[in-house]
Ligand binder design. Structure first.
Ligand code: CA
Length: 445
């Protein structure tokens, strides 16, 4: 008996307790991650300018989260968190920010890390990654060595959406571990490969990880011109061709449209194959959006009125959209449950009927399937120049030396620093952060 079939027996008995959810086996998992999509960039999260009908439709039939957080305020740390269930700082201080194509070519997610793809693969899932890896630039730090049977996409942090040339002027577009050029628009290419993967694996449980590059710079919609050619360094000119740099939003809107089409085509394909009710479909982002990039580029994304942006520990840096849809198993609606990218590993493995390795996250499965409350817990962030801790409604940010304490329920925009009025709480939260920091820095674990 195959592992997957064996697990199906276990799974039915596990999942049916206390829920109306009944499917023949472990669910397929489709995990779509946008890149730098801010809290307010989708229509269903309040955007008045971006049209995202498919994401909005998914939100209507799924569960929309208003207090979900990425582990990082940049790309690499959140990807490490999603795939391991651990705070990315456990993998080294380089995960305080994004892995740089120039300085971090030899580092990445260590091979010893146990990934979601490896765990799901062990229990019979087909595994495919289509999109941006950004957890290692060269062998052996590749998706194909971290549990993904199939990989198409880019290893680095960005690439021209038409030419697939990276910031340093090199082609970055792989099939497995081999550079294989393709023509087309990156978001559409990834969608096509993802759909092929779904169709090829329709009869077995599958884990489709679709980390789109959209809406990371270079800011290019389908109709914007190619920018990068091989052999030129774009470190100082990495944003694309923006005729009006005070208004990047129209380019981002076009990129979001392609992202939204991708979500729509995945939904349509699942429907056509009769897989919708056997599939957990997730749409989220890896960190907050850029509102502006220094003085040079303005009006880029929306973080829905939250303070700050990508790279920062204010809410705008890490509170991101999340929609989970599993018709028949997860009730539609909106929830303010406090959730985090570390939660995927324990949650998905529980839904797959498998044990999870040690994790910093919470298993959300009984919350999702039965509506049980989540236990309160603190959450922590660390970037190269800032730290933050959240507990209940309270959030302490330390940027430089001055502590800033906010009450997020009363002040979601983090406008009023209450530190002077709550000195004991500031000390407690600060001590909790230090204990966490010591723990994640302890590499004997
Ligand atoms: Ca990102």
């Amino acid at each position: 008996m195959s592992k997957a079939r064996l697990m199906r027996g276990l799974f039915s008995s596990l999942l049916l307790v206390g829920t109306t959810c009944s499917i023949a086996g472990p669910p397929n998992i489709v995990f779509i991650v946008g890149d730098d999509i801010g809290y307010g960039d989708f229509g269903c999260y309040g955007s008045k300018t971006n049209e995202t009908p498919h994401v909005d439709a998914l939100a209507l039939k799924g569960l929309r989260f208003t207090d979900y957080h990425s582990a990082g305020a940049m790309c690499s740390p959140t990807r490490a968190s999603i795939l391991t269930g651990l705070y990315p700082q456990r993998f080294g201080p380089e995960f305080d920010g994004a892995l740089s194509a120039r300085d971090d070519r030899k580092v990445g997610l260590p091979l010893a890390a146990v990934t979601l793809a490896e765990c799901l693969s062990e229990v019979g899932y087909a595994t495919g990654c289509f999109g941006k890896w950004h957890l290692g630039y060269s062998a052996p730090l590749l998706p194909t060595r971290q549990g993904f049977e199939t990989f198409r996409g880019l290893l680095g942090g960005d690439g021209d959406f038409h030419t697939r040339i990276n910031r340093s002027g090199y082609p970055d577009w792989y099939d497995g571990e081999t550079l294989v050029p393709e023509s087309g628009y990156t978001t559409d290419l990834l969608t096509e490969h993802a759909l092929d993967f779904i169709k090829a694996n329709r009869d077995s449980p599958f884990f489709l990880y679709l980390p789109h590059l959209a809406i990371h710079f270079p800011w290019q919609g389908r109709d914007d011109p190619p920018h990068r050619v091989a052999g030129t360094d774009y470190t100082r000119d990495k944003f694309g061709t923006i005729p009006d740099s005070t208004n990047v939003a129209p380019h981002v809107e076009a990129m979001l449209e392609a992202f939204d089409d991708s979500v729509g085509r995945v939904m349509e394909t699942l429907d056509n194959l009769g897989l919708t009710e056997q599939t957990l479909l997730i749409v989220t982002s890896d960190n907050g959006g850029y509102l502006n990039y220094r003085e040079a580029f303005q009006n880029i994304s929306s973080n829905g009125g939250f303070r700050g942006q990508k790279t920062e520990v204010y809410e705008g840096g890490h509170r991101v959209p999340l929609i989970i849809s599993w018709p028949g198993c997860i009730e539609a609606g909106t929830t303010a449950a406090l959730t985090h990218s570390n939660d995927w590993m324990p949650t998905m493995l529980a839904l797959a009927g498998s044990d999870a390795p040690n994790s910093d996250g919470a298993d959300l499965s009984s919350f999702l399937l039965e509506g049980n409350d989540l236990a309160p817990r603190p959450l922590f962030w660390r970037t190269r120049n800032a730290r933050a801790v959240r507990h209940g409604p309270w959030k302490l940010c330390i940027i430089g030396k001055e502590p800033q304490l906010f009450h997020l329920e009363n002040d979601p925009g983090e406008t009023t620093n209450l530190a002077k009025d709550h000195k004991k709480l500031v000390t407690e939260l600060s001590n909790a952060w230090s204990e966490w920091n010591d723990d994640v820095n302890d590499n004997t674990k």
